[in-house]
Design a protein around this ligand. Sequence first.
Ligand code: BMA
Length: 329
Amino acid sequence: MAKIIGEPLPNIPWQDKPENCKTSVWRYTNNPIIGRNGNKNSNSVFNSAVVPFKDGFAGVFRCDSRSISMDLFAGFSKDGINWTIDDEPLNMVGDDPEVTRYEYRYDARVCYLDGKYYVTWCNGYHGPTIGIAWTTDFKEFHQIENAFLPYNRNGVLFPRKINDNYMMLSRPSDTGHTKFGDVFVSQSKDMVYWGKHRFIMGTVEGNDSAWQSTKVGAGPTPIETDEGWLMIYHGVINTCNGFVYRMGAALLDKDEPWKVKYRSKNYILAPHELYECVGDVPNVVFPCAVLTDSETGRIAIYYGCADTVTGLAFTTVDELLNDIKANSL
Ligand code: BMA
């Protein structure tokens, strides 16, 4: 039995694994939990991140508008399933207008670290890079320096320092719909200057695991376990109908997280349901957040579906680890 290192979360959203389910991850039966019309002017609500907050949950949501602009909005929930999302975008404050200047914001992750909620997202600054802000109340967000030079996406913080350094996953990219992408980890003493970049994993060539042959990118905040860091990620294949996004998982070394111990050969979730296959961008499942309960080992995964709505899926630390150990690349 593997153990999640973290807080208990007795109110984690949950449904037991259906009896006939052959996979390590299963969907919430009332998916999608958030539809297109999540707030006043939304065209779509997806690729969003949630955390436990007070006696419920809070999150940062990607709501593309009906003019198709990308921005982030705070949201609140009592049960992690029914959400109220603000109509106004995040109230971002900061000393340097060069840093707070807004081009676009999307695909947020939220990480509880050092008593604050850190938000990382894909931030437009002459091309996409990784923006960082912190909040304590989900009302005011203090934006600090962008982590990297453009172009970069999928910046994901670890929930604690490792060997006295903050750690951030990211995926160097380009200005468009990137046709490549490997996952790296970078280190920082102060959340401003990032360095000591280490390669974690790249795409898989050949016929072995083609769902992750075009690009891979980190998903939710990594889950600390007694066996290492459990990293859920997205993997992409380029087909004659365009990109298809699936979900995988890897176990990273506890102290040197650039060392991969196991990695999914089989995907753990793929666009099979109608709301994952039909939408503004068909055939996308894109994980951005997990809730975990250290008491039971339960994991709830929040993921964007077809760049249109938000879905919820479940697994446990044992289900996931057994799966990737039994079917590892
Ligand atoms: C990526 C990002 C994600 C999106 C995905 C599929 O490049 O833009 O936000 O979910 O493509 O369109």
